[in-house]
Design a protein around this ligand. Structure first.
Ligand code: SF4
Ligand code: ZN
Length: 343
C-alpha cells in the first residue's frame, strides 16, 4: 500500500529520511533538508549581510548540493551574500579534469563566477607528477596539505570574506573518530567547530553549512533534484586510514542511524584537560602561511619534492627545518633515508 507523506499528508511518500525515519514526499523532503541547513547557518551565525563567500567546489555531490542550497537559501531568506565558486585543480588526469568540467557546467547552471587555482601554477607540481615521485602511499598527505593552502590562496585572489566547504556530518564524525584513534588532541578540538574565525590571522575563515547533513540525504537530495555532479573516486585511491573510519561509522549507522550525530556531539563536548600542551600557531618563515613550526608543512613537502627527497615532510621533520632554511646540505645518511620511495 502506498505510504502518505507524514508531513503534508497529501502526496505519496517517495523516501524514508535516513536522519529521522520519516516518510516524506519529494517536496517535503527538499523543504526539510534546506530548512535544517538554514537553521544551521542562522544559529551558528555563519554569514553576515553583504559578505562575499567562496564555495569550495569540486564537482562532487557535497559541493554541488552546497552550491545549489546556498543559492536557494540566499534568495529565499535574502542573506545578501555574493556567492562564487572556487575550485582547486590538483592535476589528476582522468579525474579532476573531468570533475572540473562538471564545475564549469554548474557555473553556467547557477550563474556564479568561478575561479580555478591549480597545484601546477601554485607549486610547480601536479599530483600526477607527485605520485610519480612519491608512489601511492603518502600521496594524500601531499594533496591534503597543498589543497588547504590552495583554497586560501584562491580565496585571497577572489577577495572573498569566507570560504564554505561541503563537509557533511559523516565527514565530521569520521574525522572525530580518526583523531581519537590517532590521539591527536589539537585536531580533535578543532575538527568539530563549524567555523574558523580570525583566530588564525591571515587565513580566510571557513565554515561548514552541511555539518549536520547526512551523506545519505545529500545523495537523495542530489538525485531527486537531478543535480549535475561527478561521482567517480580519485584514481589515486582514497586515504586508507579514513576508509577504515568510514566503514566503521557506516556499520554503526546501519545499527543506529543517530550514531553519526552522537559521534559529532561527543566530539563537540570533549574538553581538554588543563595543562595539555597545544601547538602554538605562528607563521612559516618561508611563505608566511600559518604554521606551528618554523616552516609550514607545504613548504617542507615541496622542498622534499624539489630535492628528490620525498620523505622529508612525512612524519617528524622538525629537526630538518633549520638546515632547510639555511640551505645547508643534509648528511649522506639523512639523504639516503629520505629518498626511499617504499614508504
Ligand atoms: Fe588528493 Fe588523495 Fe583525494 Fe586523490 S584521494 S584527490 S590524491 S587527497
Ligand atoms: Zn610555508
Amino acid at each position: 500500500m502506498p505510504v502518505q507523506c507524514s508531513s503534508c499528508s497529501e502526496k505519496r511518500a517517495v523516501l524514508k529520511r535516513p536522519k529521522t525515519g520519516h516518510s516524506l514526499c519529494k517536496e517535503c523532503f527538499f523543504w526539510a533538508f534546506e530548512e535544517e541547513i538554514h537553521q544551521t547557518i542562522v544559529s551558528a551565525k555563519l554569514f553576515k549581510t553583504g559578505e562575499s563567500v567562496g564555495i569550495a567546489a569540486s564537482g562532487g555531490k557535497d559541493s554541488t548540493v552546497l552550491a545549489h542550497v546556498m543559492k536557494v537559501l540566499n534568495e529565499r531568506y535574502s542573506y545578501g551574500l555574493e556567492l562564487m565558486l572556487l575550485s582547486v585543480d590538483e592535476g589528476i588526469t582522468g579525474y579532476r579534469d573531468d570533475s572540473l568540467e562538471t564545475v564549469k557546467r554548474n557555473q553556467q547552471q547557477y550563474e556564479l563566477p568561478l575561479k580555478i587555482v591549480s597545484y601546477e601554477e601554485l607549486y610547480g607540481w601536479t599530483m600526477d607528477a607527485i605520485v610519480k615521485q612519491v608512489g601511492l602511499k603518502n600521496n594524500c598527505t601531499f594533496c591534503g596539505v597543498f589543497r588547504r593552502q590552495a583554497l586560501d590562496r584562491g580565496a585571497i585572489m577572489l577577495k572573498v570574506d569566507k570560504i564554505c566547504t561541503g563537509h557533511n556530518a559523516d565527514d565530521v564524525a569520521e574525522t572525530v573518530l580518526m583523531n581519537v584513534l590517532r590521539g591527536d588532541i589539537a585536531r580533535l578540538r578543532r575538527c568539530t567547530t563549524i567555523s574558523t574565525d580570525s583566530e588564525n590571522e591571515g587565513v580566510v575563515p571557513r565554515c561548514k553549512p552541511l555539518k549536520y547533513a547526512y551523506e545519505k540525504e545529500i545523495v537523495l537530495y542530489a538525485y531527486f533534484k537531478k543535480l549535475d555532479y561527478f561521482s567517480t573516486e580519485c584514481i589515486y585511491s582514497p586515504n586508507a586510514y579514513r576508509g577504515y573510519a568510514r566503514t566503521y561509522l557506516k556499520d554503526l549507522e546501519s545499527v543506529r542511524p543517530s550514531s553519526i550525530m552522537d559521534v559529532i556531539h561527543s566530539g563537540e563536548n570533549l574538553s581538554v584537560r588543563e595543562g595539555v600542551k597545544m601547538p602554538v600557531q605562528g607563521t612559516c618563515s618561508r611563505c608566511g602561511y600559518i604554521s606551528s613550526q618554523k616552516l609550514c608543512k607545504a613548504c617542507v613537502l615541496l622542498e622534499g619534492l624539489n630535492r628528490g627527497l620525498p620523505k622529508l615532510g612525512i612524519g617528524k621533520h622538525h629537526r630538518f627545518h633549520d638546515k632547510i632554511l639555511s640551505q645547508q646540505p643534509l648528511t649522506e645518511e639523512e639523504e639516503r633515508k629520505l629518498k626511499a620511495v617504499d614508504f
